[in-house]
Design a protein around this ligand. Structure first.
Ligand code: ZN
Length: 236
């Protein structure tokens, strides 16, 4: 059983009519509903929860954290960001979705701007599987077709991914590194581009498959208790 925590800032779905219609219970509940299974034990947490719902106890009990955010990145306190970053370095997996590219934890883990170019015209997107043998691409065809998605374009201000799984292409000819993998410390990180709040992207079967695959891929291999730098004795 993999313990998953789905974190959402949960702002648009309460304040924007089209987002509310698309995800009446919030993006986090939508993601929970398709993940919850015999393999995954799923809890949710939001910005309005005490300590953003991310106490040390919750993170210690989380194998993989999923993060969706857009407007309220700066409302996440730095001590929570540090807690998430340290948990990843110790071994927790983390998946950043769509506009979480500018979230504080993602930027802290990447160390770069994480900027990109964007426009919101409801373009058709094809998410091309460029690494079909990768575990995150399991069960997919050549591409995933998303009838309407926000357009994200390069350059994407990230460090070179350790592995690239998907490249998205849009009606306006933009391309984007849509599925990127990194390791930081003991932890695995996956960024996945689709998931604008007014498009029902998380209801698409292949998108759900990617997120399930990514949870499997991100689960900890090893979890350190501490991030220390011990003074040691010579072995006699
Ligand atoms: Zn968006």
């Amino acid at each position: 059983m993999i313990n998953v925590t789905v974190w959402n800032e949960f702002y648009h779905e309460k304040n924007h009519e089209q987002a509310r219609e698309t995800y009446p219970n919030g993006i986090h509940e939508c993601i929970k509903s398709f993940l919850q299974s015999d393999e995954f034990q799923v809890r949710t947490a939001t910005l309005d929860d005490e300590e953003c719902g991310l106490t040390q106890e919750v993170l210690d009990d989380t194998d993989v954290l999923i993060w969706w955010a857009h407007m309220k990145h700066d409302d996440v306190p730095d001590k929570i960001v540090k807690r998430v970053q340290d948990s990843v370095l110790k071994g927790m997996g983390v998946i950043f979705l769509h506009s979480a590219h500018l979230s504080k934890p993602f930027k802290a883990l990447m160390g770069t701007t994480c900027n990109l170019s964007w426009r919101e015209d409801g373009d058709l997107e094809r998410v091309w599987v460029i690494n079909p043998a990768h575990p995150i691409a399991k069960g997919l065809g050549r591409y995933i077709e998303l009838p309407h998605e926000e357009t994200y374009g390069e350059p994407f201000g990230i460090p070179e991914p350790d592995e690239l799984v998907f490249i998205g292409s849009f009606e306006g000819s933009e391309v984007f590194r849509s599925g990127c993998c990194w390791k930081r410390g003991n932890g695995k990180i996956f960024y996945f581009q689709p998931g604008h709040e007014t498009n029902p992207t998380f209801k698409i079967r292949e998108v759900q498959q990617v997120i399930k695959n990514a949870v499997e891929w991100c689960k900890p291999e090893l979890r350190s208790a501490e991030l220390d730098c011990p003074h040691i004795q010579k072995i006699q």
